[in-house]
Design a protein around this ligand. Structure first.
Ligand code: NDP
Length: 269
């Protein structure tokens, strides 16, 4: 019998997740269906309960429901609990109970280390943004030499810094206070969606720096600035596929190969 899965968000029509999971299923011979579901902004929980009642085995959760998803779970994975992020992007139906996990962090780390061959250990890392995505990936940066968080709203950056452990140095700064180069800069703001440039100085980029934008599909102002200042530049498509691969593994128990799927999705753009 076909196992049913879905991605829930609002908006959702742009989501590439069905294409990714279709490719994983074909590659690993899994009999699954995977669809996009638009939940009303005030109707996320009801949507999930309906899916569970209809026998769906699991779902991915995207903007703006990751924090709400956390709240409706009956149980949570160790990495969600230890991250303190309060955000869930993967739901698993275990005999009618909802188990929540977050695969964004492992998705980011796998893309940066496995696909882009850039090792995180001992690096000075700058994270731009302190929203759900920044929270979700922080625990995947264990082993970094230092983590600096810069955000438009400084209190949120400070709060995020307080949740960091296992890293020698962690600090919060305003964009305008950034005055030195970093090894890895991750844009976890949503400014790419509106083509807004961040007030960050060119000095933070160098030729050995990897500038990673979680947004995908086109060059953002952040990526343009990084490229013009000699940095290596990557978008978040690899992260999208890697976080999906981890969710697929949680649901189906098999790990799909990701490189060919990243290429396949990139070719569609
Ligand atoms: P949130 O809405 O939770 O957070 C948005 C962040 O962007 C906040 O830090 C906010 O700052 C900042 N921001 C928004 N507008 C501006 C602006 N004009 N100037 C400066 N900062 C601004 O979003 P998420 O964290 O969930 O998502 C962030 C991005 O990451 C999105 O583009 C999303 O698509 C992407 N993403 C990609 C994934 C992937 O797999 N590739 C996975 C998850 C997310 P403030 O706190 O001051 O409001």
């Amino acid at each position: 019998m076909t196992d049913k899965y879905a991605v829930i968000g609002n908006p959702i029509s742009h989501s590439k997740s069905p294409l990714i999971h279709e490719a994983f299923a074909k590659q690993t011979n899994q009999d699954i269906s995977y669809e996009r579901i638009l939940a009303p902004l005030d109707g996320f929980e009801l949507t999930v309960r309906d899916l569970i009642a209809s026998g769906y085995k699991g779902a991915n959760v995207t903007v703006p429901f990751k924090f709400e998803a956390y709240k409706i779970c009956d149980s949570l994975s160790a990495r969600v609990i230890s991250s303190g992020s309060g955000a869930v992007n993967t739901l698993i139906n275990i005999h009618g109970k909802i188990h929540g996990d977050n695969t964004d962090g492992v998705g980011l780390r796998n893309d940066i280390e496995k696909n882009l061959k850039f090792l995180i250990a001992d690096k000075n890392i700058l994270i731009l943004g302190a929203g759900g995505a920044a929270y979700g990936v922080l625990n995947s940066l264990i082993g970094a030499k230092s983590i600096t968080i810069a955000n438009r709203t400084s209190e949120k950056a400070l709060q995020l810094v307080m949740s960091i452990s296992d890293v020698n140095e962690a600090r919060a700064k305003m964009f305008e206070e950034l005055d030195a180069p970093y090894d890895l800069i991750i844009n976890a703001t949503s400014t790419g969606l509106t083509d807004t440039a961040l007030p960050i100085p060119n000095i933070i980029f160098s030729k050995d720096c990897l500038a990673y934008d979680m947004m995908y599909g086109r060059e953002t102002p952040f990526m343009k600035q990084a490229r013009e200042n000699g940095a290596l530049v990557a978008d978040g498509l690899g992260m999208l596929v890697e976080q999906a691969a981890e969710a697929f593994y949680l649901w189906c128990g098999v790990r799909p190969e990701t490189q060919s799927v990243i290429q396949q999705i990139r070719n569609l753009a």
